[in-house]
Ligand binder design. Structure first.
Ligand SMILES: Cc1cc2nc3c(=O)[nH]c(=O)nc-3n(C[C@H](O)[C@H](O)[C@H](O)COP(=O)(O)OP(=O)(O)OC[C@H]3O[C@@H](n4cnc5c(N)ncnc54)[C@H](O)[C@@H]3O)c2cc1C
Length: 538
């Protein structure tokens, strides 16, 4: 269950011995902070705690290695679509990125190196999935229910929980009618079947999102037939990608100001898109013209061109970038179907026009559960409040995407309304890590057991962002997108420029929070030593 190299750090959490029988293995584990997940979020939080000199925390990860998104998504062509020098930790810049937009193996490798450098593996327990958490007001602690890979239940108790469970993590697989009869192979892009050879096969690809446009060109040449089922045509712009010459890598390594300057230039270039997305569609029309011109240049077949021309305002769905997607669809073995899927048979897929397409494999490029991704976690807060039910009934509401009223000492990283369509989410995650730590320190300094955001602060935040989001291209651009919940409210994206978020999270405003003590303990129980120390931001 534990990481193979798990050496207990000084002051580390006491873990139960493993493999010594059910009784011992299920003894609760007590710690100060439980962090869930080992993607950019969980690792970022772990590093911040280590930098504070803290070792009383555990990171729980259901998989067997760190990396999150970049461990799971190993499909051919997988790469970031935000420039690597921006899509990485600001404090761990990598001068040796091989390309402007690096491929998945390089990003995963980067995250593993970072985990090793900060000796995080000694804090990580792999193969443990958190299934639920319950707040106990008497002790002012969370009890987390978990399940090991062997199905063994283990409880963890912690004062603070930091959820870095990922926003694009649970594959969304459509319930195609008749799929149970399908005799071929079917898999999602996030769990690519590497042992299934696609060479010479007839392949149906369902979906045209960010993953599909990356893997379609990679498989198009090898397969006998590629049938792409498209619900709506995405905006695809040419990708300003390419290898970074060795001499530039060396410059970035030995002259850090050059790397910093490049990163800053990329940041501000990306930020300029936020202006168009947020109520200035005129700016987007300029980019749309470029997109249409590119499409006209690379797709010669007028029928195909009509099919793949987007019918909504650029930015309403994520803007995609590729230098070979359209070209792959223009090939002799490719077909784009826009009539939907009505039925899957043993060896075929039938489209909405009644045409039967023979297929050996179905690949879902259908994205992830986003606005309903917390339905899988059973989180019970103060007075037995059920987080998923509350969000289902009243809509997802948080304060800064990080804290939720009624759920003390719980912090989300890359939580609701902090996703981005135009820049690196690592920038947001770093702001959230700093904020969560500052909130813990505030509670420590005030010598209280728990910190809970006030309902008024949460309501004010939501009113403000929803007012701005309603004018954004995601709501006005004429498309259906995964940013919106079932009621059509955007619960996913941060509206506007990210430096505004950085400013909003720069300090924890004490008046936004209630500071409370355990009901069952003496008032003002001693503050944890390190968290009580003065620190940035609070
Ligand atoms: C193919 C792809 C490309 C992307 N490219 C970009 C890009 O270029 N730029 C950008 O800004 N964003 C991009 N994203 C978004 C990406 O998800 C985020 O940038 C970032 O990686 C999220 O990090 P995270 O740590 O919050 O979540 P994740 O990376 O999803 O990590 C979550 C971790 O938590 C673990 N976990 C989840 N639930 C539990 C549980 N209950 N118990 C225990 N462990 C659990 C998971 O196993 C996982 O390791 C991309 C996403 C995908 C899918």
């Amino acid at each position: 269950m534990n990481a193979p190299n798990a050496e207990p750090a000084e002051g580390a959490t006491q873990r139960p011995p493993v493999d010594t029988g059910d009784e011992l293995a299920s003894r609760p584990v007590d710690t100060e902070v439980v962090v869930i997940g080992t993607g950019f979020s969980g690792l970022g939080m772990g590093i911040a705690l280590v930098n504070e000199g803290r070792h009383d925390f555990v990171i729980l990860e259901k998989a067997t290695d760190v990396g999150g998104t970049w461990r799971d998504n190993s499909y051919p062509g997988c790469a970031c679509d935000v420039q690597s020098h921006m899509y990485s930790f600001s404090f761990e810049q990598n001068p040796r990125w091989s390309r402007l937009f690096s491929p998945q193996p390089e990003i995963w490798d980067y995250l593993r190196r970072v985990a090793d450098k900060y000796q995080l593996r000694r804090h990580i327990t792999f193969g443990v999935e958190v299934t639920g958490a319950r707040w106990d007001p008497d002790t002012a602690r969370w009890t987390l229910r978990t399940r090991t890979a062997e199905g063994e239940p283990v409880e963890y108790r912690a004062r603070y929980v930091v959820a870095g469970v990922g926003a694009l993590h649970i594959p969304n697989i459509p319930a195609l009618p008749g799929i149970e009869r399908f005799a071929g192979t079917a898999f999602h892009s996030a769990s690519w079947a590497h042992d299934y050879d696609l060479t010479g096969k007839k392949v149906a690809v369902v979906g045209t999102g960010a993953s599909a446009i990356q893997f379609v060109p990679e498989i198009a040449e090898a397969v006998a037939k590629l049938t792409l089922f498209q619900r709506s045509a995405p905006w695809v712009l040419p990708k300003a990608d390419g290898p970074i010459p060795r001499r530039v890598q060396r410059l970035f390594q030995f002259f850090p100001p050059a790397r910093q300057a490049y990163r800053a230039a990329v940041y501000w270039l990306n930020e300029s898109f936020a202006v168009g997305f947020n109520g200035h569609p005129g700016l987007l029309r300029i980019v749309e013209r470029l997109g249409r011109r590119y499409l006209k240049r690379v797709v010669t077949d007028p029928v195909l061109r009509r099919k793949v021309t987007p019918k909504y305002t650029l930015g309403c769905k994520r803007v995609l970038m590729s230098n070979n997607y359209y070209q792959a669809l223009d090939g002799p073995n490719a077909d784009v179907v826009t009539d939907g899927i009505t039925e899957v048979r043993e060896h075929s897929v039938v489209d909405g026009a009644g045409v039967e397409h023979e297929v050996d494999a179905i690949i879902y490029g259908t994205g992830f559960h986003v606005t309903d991704s917390f339905d899988y976690l059973d989180i019970k807060g103060r007075d037995g409040r059920d987080l998923a039910a509350q969000w289902r009934e009243h809509g997802i509401q948080t304060h800064l995407g990080i804290t939720v009223h009624g759920f003390p000492n719980l912090f989300f990283l890359l939580g609701p309304n902090t996703g981005l369509g135009h820049n690196s989410v690592v920038f947001m995650i770093e702001a959230q890590v700093r904020y969560a730590l500052a909130a813990m320190k505030l509670a420590g300094r005030q010598r209280v057991d728990a910190i809970e955001v006030r309902e008024s602060a949460q309501a004010a935040f939501n009113d403000e962002i929803q007012g701005r989001l309603a004018k954004g291209v995601w709501s006005t651009g004429g498309c259906t997108n995964w940013y919106l919940d079932a009621q059509g409210v955007n619960r996913t994206l941060w509206p506007g420029q990210t430096w505004r978020y950085w400013l909003a999270t720069r300090n924890v405003e004490p008046s936004d929070f209630e500071l409370v003590n355990a009901r069952g303990g003496p008032a003002g129980s001693p503050a944890p030593a390190v968290l009580a120390s003065e620190g940035a931001g609070a």
